[in-house]
Design a protein around this ligand. Structure first.
Ligand code: ZN
Length: 175
C-alpha cells in the first residue's frame, strides 16, 4: 500500500474505532480530532515525513481507548506501526498514578519513532488543557498536567529539535 492509501486507511480506521468517544472538554469534541491534531503537528508544523510515524499518530490511542488489539493493528498496518502504537499504550493493569509514573520512567527507553508520537501527543494535550480544558479541571490539576507532561518529555530529549521547540512553546501556555 502506498503512503497516501495507508494514511487514509488509518484515518478511517481510527474514526471508526473512536466513533462513540468524545474528548473531555466542555464542548465534548469528537475524539478523532485528537489523533488528527497529532498528525497535523508532526507533518505540517514539525516537518516529519515518516509515514510509519504519521500513521501511528493517527492510531496511537486505539489500543488504549477502544477494543483494538496490537495484533489487529499488525494485521492491518504491519508490525512497525503496531509496535509504535504498543509503545504509546499504558499498561491497563496499572492505576492512573502508576500509569503517569511509568510514562516518566519509560520515556528515555522509547524507540526514536515512538518518541516523535509521544512529543506530538503531549503538545496537543497541553494546547487542549490550556485553551480547551476538560470541564471541571481546577487550576491546580491543569498546572499539574503541564508539569507531568514536561517530566515525560524532558526524559526523552534529545529526539527532534523542531518538535521539542513546539513542545516548549506549548509549555509556555501553562495556566
Ligand atoms: Zn493521545
Amino acid at each position: 500500500m502506498d503512503a497516501v492509501a495507508t494514511l487514509i486507511k488509518a484515518a478511517d480506521f481510527a474514526a471508526e474505532k473512536h466513533r462513540t468517544k468524545r474528548r473531555k472538554d466542555a464542548a465534548a469534541t469528537p475524539y478523532i480530532n485528537h489523533p488528527l491534531a497529532l498528525a497535523r503537528v508532526l507533518r505540517l508544523e514539525a516537518g516529519v515525513e515518516d509515514v510509519a510515524v504519521l500513521t501511528a499518530a493517527l492510531l496511537h490511542d486505539t489500543v488504549e481507548d477502544t477494543d483494538t488489539t496490537v495484533e489487529e493493528l499488525a494485521r492491518e498496518f504491519g508490525p512497525e506501526i503496531a509496535g509504535i502504537v504498543a509503545e504509546m499504550t499504558d499498561d491497563p493493569a496499572l492505576t492512573k498514578p502508576e500509569k503517569k509514573q511509568k510514562q516518566v520512567e519509560n520515556a528515555p527507553r522509547l524507540s526514536p519513532k515512538a518518541k516523535l508520537v509521544k512529543i506530538a501527543d503531549k503538545i496537543c494535550n497541553l494546547r487542549d488543557v490550556a485553551r480547551n480544558p476538560p470541564a471541571h479541571w481546577p487550576l491546580e490539576r491543569r498546572q499539574a498536567y503541564f508539569e507531568w507532561a514536561r517530566a515525560v518529555i524532558d526524559g526523552l530529549r534529545p529526539a527532534h529539535p523542531a518538535l521539542e521547540r513546539l513542545f516548549d512553546e506549548a509549555y509556555r501556555l501553562k495556566p
